[in-house]
Design a binder for this molecule. Structure first.
Ligand SMILES: N[C@@H](CCC(=O)N[C@@H](CS)C(=O)NCC(=O)O)C(=O)O
Ligand SMILES: [Fe+2]
Length: 433
């Protein structure tokens, strides 16, 4: 018996003998899943004997017999549920471990864990599956959810807002909505957010999530307005509390609750959630800000200010809490997704006046983005820091952070019914005189 780790929670193995169960419990496993039908071979102990041995060793035991040509959706669902239900590591076995491994891929965990085909083929190799077989099987069986993605370009700040939907259930998420703000007149409006709602109504979608990738430094978030309109929960990355701590100092707001309570959910690295029937996962992507995250929803990654379109390079990393080195590492994590993964960026500044564009793929980024192709961490950090030294601060950074660190809530009106922003003087470096 040799458990082969697939993820932190799941290992697979070939046939077990009853005496192996005590050893599995000793190694910390909590659940054994048997994917092998009884009676395949005379020498196999069978599910009754296995169950007895598992129970004697204090392990949960789940019997989901499958053959390689017959893994039914219901079997796959039970397999996924057994992993989630286990309060500790799970060992799944069949004759060689191959069926258990393929069941795990079908259960969708490989997508949620961000395994590219190459990574899966490498793990399959450890399980004893020939690379050609693994490749052919993946081509025929791997179905990564494909959400419908509509981008809404907001010209004033070069931002792209997204409505991402599951065609099967008609559930959708809104990502990085903009609340319009004209700093010259101090006017706000909800034109952009209302256009998102109009499109959602027209497509017959229900809003399940209102998501921000980070507290934006160049525009107000419309998350709060959209929550009030739709009742859908808002979310952002958990490190928003670090951004709040940093900026409550800058704004001198000692009583500001820097605890993330302004959102309904704070995502941790690796957290998963569902958009209708499509699995989604959160990757921490710090560098542009401390709190930046990427939402991987099926085959689509919403990377906001990490990668721009391949002809536009990458986001800056010089805001308070930013780091070019961390940005490079975050970008490498994003680029370890499958080459076909669709990348949706959060900004496009229309180089040379070309029309705004926002969709690329991991493969295209690796090949054509000059900040990536042929670069090393060291050369990237150098080019990023050199460029950042030439960039003025975004014109709305001091206006936007006080709203966005508060979940997109505008300041409370004063006695005269008017709302006021607070602008600290001489708080930031980077003046462009
Ligand atoms: N001119 C824009 C610049 C905004 C800006 O700095 N954008 C950030 C993303 S929030 C960025 O990464 N820019 C990269 C660049 O300008 O090269 C403004 O003032 O709002
Ligand atoms: Fe940004």
């Amino acid at each position: 018996m040799k458990p082969i780790p697939v993820t932190e929670k799941l290992s697979v193995a070939g046939q077990l003998q009853p005496e192996d169960f005590v050893e599995l419990a000793r190694r910390g496993f909590r659940t054994v899943i048997n994917n092998r039908p009884d009676g395949e071979e005379a020498s196999q102990p069978g599910s009754d004997a296995e169950k007895e041995a598992a129970e004697a060793a204090g392990l949960d035991y789940v019997f989901i017999p499958v053959t390689s040509s017959n893994m039914r959706p219901d079997d796959v669902r039970r397999f996924a549920e057994a992993i989630v239900a286990s309060d500790g590591p799970v060992l799944a076995h069949c004759r060689s471990g191959a069926r258990s491994f393929y069941m795990w891929v079908l259960a969708g965990d490989a997508d949620v864990e961000g395994f590219s085909d190459d990574k899966l083929i490498a793990v399959a190799g450890d399980v004893g599956i020939a690379p050609d077989h693994a490749r052919d099987w993946l081509a025929a069986h791997r179905h990564v959810g494909k959400p419908e993605v509509k981008g809404f370009y907001e010209k004033r700040t070069g931002s792209i807002q997204y409505v991402v939907s599951d065609p099967e259930t008609k559930k959708c998420a809104i990502i990085d909505p903009v609340l319009d703000y004209d700093e010259k007149s101090g006017s706000t409006s909800t034109d952009q957010a209302d256009a998102l709602l109009a499109s959602i109504a027209e497509q017959g979608l229900t809003v399940e999530w209102i998501l921000d990738t980070h507290p934006h430094a160049d525009h107000f978030s419309a998350a709060r307005y959209l929550k009030d309109k739709t009742g859908a929960p808002t979310a952002i990355g958990s490190h928003v509390v670090d951004v709040q701590k940093l900026w409550k100092g800058i704004y001198n707001w000692p009583d500001f609750p820097a605890d993330g309570s302004q959102w309904d959910r704070l995502f941790e690295e690796g957290d998963t959630f569902k958009l209708g029937s499509i699995k989604a996962r959160v990757l921490f992507s710090p560098g542009h800000t401390l709190a930046s995250i990427t939402y991987v929803i099926g085959d689509a990654a919403f990377v906001h200010d990490t990668l721009f379109m391949p002809d536009s390079g990458t986001a800056r990393a010089d805001f308070p809490g930013g780091s070019a080195k961390r940005l490079w590492r975050s970008i490498m994590d994003i680029l370890s997704l499958r080459d076909e993964t669709r990348i949706f960026t959060g900004h496009d500044y229309q180089p040379d006046g070309r029309p705004a564009r926002w969709e690329s793929t991991v493969g295209e980024q690796k090949k054509f983005n000059p900040h990536i192709a042929g670069q090393t961490e060291e050369s990237f950090v150098k080019l990023r820091e050199e460029r950042d030294a030439t960039l003025p601060m975004p014109k709305l950074i001091l206006h936007a952070l006080q709203v966005n660190m508060n979940g997109g809530k505008l300041p409370e009106p004063e006695g005269n019914g008017k709302r006021y922003l607070k602008l600290p003087l001489n708080a930031l470096e980077g003046a462009a005189w």
